[in-house]
Every structure is written in structure tokens, then in C-alpha cells.
Design a binder for this molecule. Structure first.
Ligand code: ADP
Ligand code: NG1
Ligand code: MG
Length: 476
């Protein structure tokens, strides 16, 4: 029996977050952060954690339906300098002055989320992570207090997962400051469930890639249980991220959770129509599994079982054979008014087709009978089809994203799509290696021509990216 990768004598060995020495570039940033820490707390940090953002190449809005996705960790990250504190308080500061300092008792973490246009206060993301970690750390290891200084360079509210990098960093540092150890996959699961306290019921992709990400390879992330498999991308493919200059905080509106609810209701309605125990069905993958059919067949099932017109709460409850009051008891539905309409057919069609595109993306990436250039073209087509579906069926795009996708295609991309939840944020485009510089220059020129908004810098608006290392702990 072989012993390689994460297998020993054929048995899966759980990987842990590595403790690394920083390279020169990171060391410079850690020193700046250490100086900020020292200026606030008058001591040196004991260690640092680094958690990257991510770009999702394909598989959007399907993680919470149970389907695999294909992200990679990016270079931009959240860094936190940490030391234990004896006073049983959590002390928080941020190098960026727009994020105000915060302090609270560790046994009195309050993550009450108020309705605001800007979304929750930044420190609540951090507190979600600390709280999630404290729930699993054994009593005898629990920390006194924590001194922490945060510094991130992932553009926030932009679909590159700055929120999950912050939550996951808080989970990791709380576990490490307690001198406790947990494997990467467990940390990813804790972080995903911790972030749901912020209000959005995401599927776990962001926290999974934050911990499982590896330099040089994208990942197929699967769920229940969470796991990652390397996907080697074609040598000649380069992924370029571009910002639409429209920002959207996911927790500031009900858009995201409405999509999660629509997918769940679509799954339950199909199950009910096909005489399956619908109460046990939570995700679109559950109904596919209970019917035992392919993704293509699920597209036909949706077409016959669900109608185009948006559903009302009354129609859904009638079809499921329960009262509207009972339906509204489902936690995810509590925040919606009686008048809320649900587009079940459109959302379910997107999910099953997108899940099929992920299968195809992976198959194409690893296929060695296709010529490199043709491979990149095929991956590009899948990405563009994904965007069209997110625009049309899932309705989570934004005019600035659509126009940026068009610009990217006009500048020579072989495919482009919004990445992350949408409603603003970033796109990811695929180009061949020999055309990257030409592409980036042309796209920048187009962006300048249309105008750069206050607060954005041209160099941060378009940048090539490659698969990066996941979370790590550093000492200096
Ligand atoms: P994203 O798509 O980037 O994950 P979200 O809407 O999910 O966007 O959440 C972004 C929020 O995370 C920000 O509004 C802010 O509260 C918090 N955040 C992100 N980066 C930082 C940072 N460097 N420092 C403090 N808070 C941050
Ligand atoms: P972003 O854009 O990073 O907030 C969200 C969800 C993901 C996934 C994508 C859409 C969270 C923390 N993240 O990502 O789980 O559903 O949207 O594919 O909720
Ligand atoms: Mg987020």
C-alpha cells in the first residue's frame, strides 16, 4: 500500500495548517503589522495567521445546493497578528483606520446584526469566528483574552471572499492561541458554520478553499463532508480578475438568502410532486439523489414539474400540503414578507446546469487528448455560459459586471463571468498566457475610457492571478 500525499498506508491522514517562515515580501508586511500591534498593545505579537481570499472559476451559487465548485486561493489575504491577553477581553484593531478598534469580554460575545445599508460592523465577522472556535475548544484549553491586529488587502464586498478570510482567520487564531490543534477540514467546517451567524446562509466554498488551497492548483471542493481534490489547470491558461467598481455587502440585503430559500423550496416542491419525502429534502442535490437520475435528467424534471411564473407562499404551502403559517416557521423564510415571490424554476435550472458545467470544466482541464489552445477555448465557453445563466436565470449580476464581461471579451478573453455571489464585485476572465499583457493593458484602457470611480486605483482593478497557498501560521 502506498504512502503519498495525504494518504498513509491507504488511510486518509488529516492535514493540519502549516507553521511557516515568511518569504521576504510577506515578512515586510508582517513587520508593518507587528509595528501597528506594538503601537496599540505595547508588546510584540506571538504569532501571525494568514488566510487568502479566493476566486471561483466556475460553480456559482451551487455550494449551498450540495454541488462541487471549482475555486482557487488568491494572493490577496487577511493577516492577523496575535498574542494572548490575561484580562479575558478580545481586543481588536485594524491597520486600515476605516475599521474602528473594538473590545469586549470573551465570555460576552454579542453578534446581534442590525439592519443597515452597509452590512454588519467589521468586527462582527471576527467575533463570529472566535465564537465558533470557542464552541469546539476543550474547556481546559480555553484562552484568557486575545490581542489581535488585522490587516487585509482583499477588496471587500467584491466576491473575492474577504469576509470568509476574516472569519476563518479568527477561527484559526483562536484555536492556535489556545494551543489546540484541529485539521484543516474541521477548521473549514467550523468557519462555514461560524460565518452563518452574520446572517448569510452560504454553502462553505469560501472557508473550504481558504484552508485547503494550494499553490499551483485549483481545487474541486465537494461537500458533506467537505473535501478538496487538485485540478491542474492547462499550462497556457491564465485567469485575470477585474473589478466592476460596484460593491455589494452580502449581509446588507436579503438577496442572497432569497436565492438559498428558492433553491430549497424548488427541491422540496419537486420531491413532493415525485412522491418523495419532501420534508427530508433540503438541497437540490438531495432530490437528484432521491430520484437517482443524472444532472441532464434533472433539467427535464425541473422543466416538467415547475412553472415559469414566480410562486407565491400560498401556492407553495398548498402544494406541499401545509399551512402558510407552518411554511413561514422555516427559519430561512422568516425574514420574507407574505407578498414575497419565488422563482423556483429559473433558480433550479441554473443550479443543475451549472453543476453540469463544473463536471465538464474539470473533465476538460484534465483531458490530455485535447490541444492546449482548444482546452482554454472550451473552458472559456463554459465560463461565459455560466455568466449568461447567472444573469438570466439566477438574476444576481449587475449592469457594471455585464459590461465588464463584454469589455473583457472584446479585449480578447476566451471566456468571462462574475465570480462570487454577484450583485457587484469582480469578474474572472480566462486568457492564453501569450496574450495576458496585451489583454490587461487593453482592458485597463477601456476601464479608464469609461471612468474610474473615487476610491479605486487602476492597478487594483485588473490583475492576473494564480493558485495560492491556503491558510498558514507564521512566526518571525
Ligand atoms: P466578500 O465578497 O468580500 O466576502 P462580503 O459582503 O461577504 O464580501 O463581506 C465583506 C465584509 O467583510 C466587509 O464589509 C467588512 O465588514 C469585512 N472585511 C473584509 N475585509 C476586511 C478587512 N481587511 N478588515 C476588516 N474587515 C474586513
Ligand atoms: P461571497 O461572494 O464570497 O460572499 C458567497 C457564499 C458562497 C457561495 C457564493 C456563490 C458565503 C460566506 N459565501 O460568496 O458560499 O454561495 O456566494 O457561489 O456565504
Ligand atoms: Mg463574503
Amino acid at each position: 500500500m502506498s504512502c503519498s500525499g495525504n494518504k498513509c498506508c491507504g488511510v486518509e491522514v488529516e492535514e493540519h495548517v502549516p507553521i511557516l517562515q515568511p518569504d521576504e515580501k510577506l515578512l515586510k508586511r508582517l513587520n508593518t503589522l507587528a509595528n501597528h500591534f506594538q503601537s496599540k498593545y505595547s508588546i510584540q505579537p506571538s504569532f501571525f495567521v494568514r488566510v487568502p481570499g479566493r476566486v471561483n472559476l466556475i460553480g456559482e451559487h451551487i455550494d449551498y445546493c450540495g454541488y462541487p465548485v471549482c475555486p482557487m486561493a488568491i494572493e490577496q489575504d487577511v493577516l492577523v497578528a496575535v498574542a494572548p491577553s490575561k484580562d479575558n477581553d478580545i481586543h481588536l484593531t485594524n491597520v486600515d483606520p476605516k475599521y474602528i478598534d473594538f473590545r469586549c469580554k470573551i465570555e460576552n460575545i454579542n453578534i446581534c446584526i442590525e439592519d443597515t445599508n452597509d452590512g454588519p460592523d467589521w468586527y462582527k465577522y471576527f467575533l463570529c469566528g472566535v465564537k465558533g472556535a470557542l464552541e469546539v475548544i476543550p474547556e481546559e484549553c480555553l484562552p484568557g483574552g486575545i490581542l489581535a491586529a488585522v490587516w487585509g488587502n482583499i477588496p471587500p464586498n467584491s466576491g473575492l471572499s474577504s469576509s470568509s478570510a476574516l472569519v476563518s482567520a479568527a477561527v484559526l487564531l483562536t484555536v492556535h492561541v489556545s494551543q489546540h490543534q484541529l485539521p484543516k477540514r474541521k477548521l473549514a467546517t467550523i468557519s462555514a458554520s461560524a460565518e452563518s451567524c452574520i446572517g448569510t446562509q452560504g454553502g462553505g466554498m469560501d472557508q473550504a478553499i481558504a484552508f485547503l488551497g494550494k499553490a499551483g492548483t485549483a481545487m474541486l471542493i465537494e461537500f458533506n463532508p467537505v473535501r478538496g481534490t487538485d485540478i491542474t489547470l492547462p499550462e497556457t491558461a491564465v485567469f485575470v480578475i477585474a473589478h466592476s467598481q460596484a460593491c455589494h455587502n452580502k449581509a446588507s440585503t436579503t438577496d442572497f438568502n432569497l436565492r438559498v430559500a428558492e433553491c430549497r423550496l424548488a427541491a422540496q416542491m419537486i420531491a413532493k410532486k415525485r412522491n418523495k419525502p419532501w420534508e427530508r429534502v433540503q438541497r437540490l442535490i438531495d432530490v437528484q439523489e432521491s430520484l437517482g437520475v443524472s444532472l441532464d435528467e434533472m433539467v427535464s424534471v425541473v422543466t416538467t414539474e415547475l412553472h415559469e411564473e414566480p410562486y407565491t407562499m400560498s401556492e407553495i404551502s398548498r402544494n406541499l400540503g401545509i399551512t402558510k403559517e407552518k411554511l413561514k416557521e422555516i427559519p430561512l423564510l422568516r425574514s420574507f414578507r407574505d407578498s414575497q415571490m419565488f422563482k423556483l424554476k429559473q433558480r433550479a435550472l441554473h443550479v443543475y446546469n451549472e453543476a453540469a458545467r463544473v463536471v465538464e470544466f474539470r473533465r476538460t482541464s484534465v483531458e490530455n487528448t485535447i490541444m492546449e489552445e482548444e482546452k482554454v477555448r472550451q473552458l472559456g465557453k463554459l465560463m461565459s455560459n455560466s455568466h449568461a445563466s447567472l444573469y438570466e436565470l439566477y438574476e444576481c449580476s449587475h449592469p457594471s459586471l455585464d459590461s465588464l464581461v463584454d469589455k473583457a471579451m472584446a479585449c480578447g478573453a476566451l471566456g468571462a463571468r462574475l465570480t462570487g455571489a454577484g450583485w457587484g464585485g469582480c469578474i474572472v476572465a480566462i486568457v492564453t498566457k501569450d496574450k495576458v499583457t496585451e489583454f490587461v493593458d487593453a482592458l485597463k484602457e477601456e476601464i479608464v475610457r469609461c471612468g474610474i470611480k473615487d476610491g479605486f486605483k487602476l492597478d487594483d482593478l485588473v490583475f492576473p492571478t494564480k493558485p495560492n497557498q491556503g491558510a498558514a501560521i507564521y512566526t518571525i
